[in-house]
Write a protein that binds this ligand. Sequence first.
Ligand code: MN
Length: 418
Amino acid sequence: MTLMKSWVASANTAGHPFPLNNLPYGVFSTETLDPRCGVAIGDMIFDCRAAEEAGLITLTEAALFDVPFWNEVMEEGPELWAALRARLVEILAEDAPQRAEAQPMLVPQADAQMHLPCLVSEFTDFYAGRHHATNVGTMFRGAENALPPNWLHIPIGYNGRASSVVVSGTDVRRPWGQLKSPDHDRPAFLPCRRFDLELEMGAIVGQPSDGPVTVDEADAMIFGYVLLNDWSARDIQAWEYQPLGPFQAKATATSISPWIVTTAALEPFRVDCPEREVELLDHLKDTGPMLYDIDLAVTLAPEGGLPSEIARTNYREMYYSSAQQLAQHTTSGCPMNPGDLLGSGTISGAHTRQRGSLLELSWGGKEPITLESGETRAFIEDGDTITLHGRCHGDGYAIGFGTCEGKVLPALDDPYAR
Ligand code: MN
């Protein structure tokens, strides 16, 4: 696969995140257009609602784009997904006869505000990166007991809150919570002091299930991927997490990037999961390459300052693929729905600057990292903007994810003041 050329000139620029090969799906609005589905092409957005209303996209009898979310497209299933992508390629390709008709349906991304790309029906977050689980386990339980006994056998996760998922660009307020320091006898209700990020990918489930599905079936149910920052209050987490796992520590917000990069665009970047140390049970066995080679980075910009890259890693570092996580999620018969969001778990590599959280980068706060400005960080400070970046490097083209960004605002003086 090489660069597919478009009549939208910016899409052909070397290294552009949104060439014709990508065509990620989002929801946008402008001063004059209410929220609607669109496709990123170069620096522009192609307005799918306008195209459907004009008869340029006619794949179903009922309208697909009369709603400002992608769930209706997802519900139609993989055949429709392929037909829609083929039609968009046809309309936007270099010599497209539809060029004159389609040209007025382009909106500059610079003029658009982005919204959540789908109605998030449910949110589950996993703990499926081996380096991350090993680092955190070593800090909390010692190197001998770093991985819990179940870890090499099942992707473990917790049921999160769809209501707290926000689109990139949304500010995040530092939470208050119940904290207990080992030095004090009693817990106290205070603003979080160890607010953190988690670099993750989010898989968006596009098809429903009713009963257990195989890894292959799960792979075919996934519609696409976004960047995901699972904001985490480490001090709240440390006190509340036993025995039922994270609760309020993870409920402040989870940010996702606005563009769903489809599995079709990612197909050339499939890679195998790592070697298995112990054989997985049959229902979770790898059946082919189900991870993707996606270069990931995290930047931190202090208030009014320039961003510093604090971590760089790759999605292929995961131990379990999203297909395996989704298959595991259905083993009990748990029904899945279009718009279900699965967080991969924090993605860390083997080396110190490949760690996808400040908890690991600063080793529990003991070894603060130094930014380019000379400032140091153990955890996030008020006014810091955290940005996740993702990109696949193809042969003469890139598949970009855009960014997943959030600025941390100071805690309220007293959340119970009335
Ligand atoms: Mn997480």
